[in-house]
Design a protein around this ligand. Structure first.
Ligand SMILES: *Cc1c(COP(=O)(O)O)cnc(C)c1O
Length: 386
């Protein structure tokens, strides 16, 4: 028996006709970059997550750096983020010359611990060398961070809040999307993410129109915004009026056309993922060290189904022998990675991040995981733990 960790072909089987038709439509049309599919998808994406604006870009990493560029974050600024995350969350901070400050996570949700954040901000302020500017919360494994608490801390200190929702796009708290709390929500359309395309892609969502206009400028080489044009005399194509040093970060028309089809079934897929997670949870509770905890009112998109085990290596070996893939996200937290080890972290270190990195493993999870396959995974995990 061979089991897929994430079965993208199962999804493809469901909507292959629609996707192939959409791709060929773009191929025949010829508007490959910034074609009408991009703006259609941006509108539908904004509607899906109750945001005023959605801006496509080249990948989820660029989506994170674009708001930093728009806010002018640079040398001397502190940006607070978790250490237990995919590296892109932290990587974009030194890109802008700013300093990442690593914050610990909560042991049950793996998401940013507001107390650790508050302590880190207080420490940075007391040292007086860096100015606290931005908080980046991460929807790790698909579940929203406690954005209510993070928003309150951001407001208290006059800081901006980004929700890195690359893994959690579609997650809600009491029915509300992270766009309700974060100044900018970012996501990735890398194929294995819950909402993925057939290559690279990303987006920024925001309710802040001025921020949206600036991001639109930065993603196209710093082109003029509507405000720039209103205050400048320029008789040529505004794309060639460069108001700031930008980048080239666009979503391709083909990817947007694919994403329009995938977004149409995304809500249904989130429900399917939740059914799989509920079955896993019910069967595995009490058999492993920890099963995922989703607080009341939160809905996860289950980018990963992650458990903890005291003998992780042994369990992974056992699963592999039964044809069941398991992955470790993430074995080394950012504050232990060479290029990042010298950056500051919350007072007292990051004991929870360190402990989790040593015991987490993720099991096969996708919307098309049938019950027989779930049962095989469950039996193998319980068989090892018994
Ligand atoms: C995947 C991911 C990103 C980066 O997305 P790319 O599209 O690969 O650039 C950023 N943050 C998190 C948490 C991710 O999982």
């Amino acid at each position: 028996m061979s089991i897929a960790f994430i079965d993208l072909q199962a999804q493809r089987a469901r909507i292959a006709d629609r996707i192939d038709k959409a791709v060929l439509e773009v191929v025949h049309d010829g508007r490959y970059v910034m074609g009408p599919w991009v703006s259609q998808f941006e509108q539908e994406l904004a509607t899906f997550s109750s945001a005023k604006h959605a801006l496509g870009c080249a990948n989820g990493t660029d989506a994170l750096v674009l708001p930093l560029m728009a806010w002018g974050v640079g040398p001397g600024d502190a940006v607070f983020c978790p250490s237990f995350t995919f590296c892109a969350t932290a990587e974009i901070i030194p890109w802008e010359g700013a300093t990442p400050v690593f914050v610990d996570i909560k042991p049950d949700t793996y998401n940013m611990d507001p107390d650790s954040l508050e302590a880190a901000i207080t420490m940075v302020k007391a040292e007086g060398k860096l100015v606290p500017k931005v908080i980046i919360g991460v929807c790790l494994f698909g579940q929203a961070a406690d954005y209510r608490a993070l928003r309150a801390i951001a407001d208290k200190h006059g800081m901006k809040l980004i929700a890195d929702s690359a893994q959690g796009f579609g997650t809600t708290i009491d029915g509300r999307h992270p766009t309700d709390w974060a100044d900018a929500v970012t996501t990735s359309f890398f194929p294995a993410k819950p909402l993925g395309c057939y290559g690279d892609g990303g987006a920024v969502l925001t309710n802040d129109t001025a921020l949206a206009n600036l991001i639109d400028s930065y993603r196209v080489h710093g082109k003029a915004t509507p405000e720039d044009l209103a205050t400048h005399k320029f008789e040529h194509d505004p794309r060639y009026l460069n108001m700031r040093v930008g980048i080239n970060s666009r979503l391709d028309s083909i990817q947007a056309a694919i994403l329009i089809q995938k977004l149409a079934i995304f809500a249904d897929e989130i429900e399917a993922r939740n059914r799989v997670a509920a079955r896993y949870n019910a069967a595995l509770a009490g058999h492993v060290k920890q099963i995922p905890h989703v607080p009341d009112g939160f809905v996860s998109t289950w980018a990963q189904y992650t458990i903890e085990h005291d003998n992780r290596a042994g369990l992974i070996e056992h699963l592999k022998s039964q044809g069941i893939p398991a992955m470790v996200y993430y074995p080394v937290p950012m504050h232990r990675q060479g290029p990042y080890a010298h950056y500051p972290m919350a007072p007292g270190g990051l004991p929870v991040s360190d402990a989790k990195a040593a015991s987490v493993l993720s099991l096969p999870m996708h919307p098309y995981l049938d019950e027989a396959t779930q049962d095989a995974v469950i039996a193998a995990v319980i068989g090892y733990s018994a």
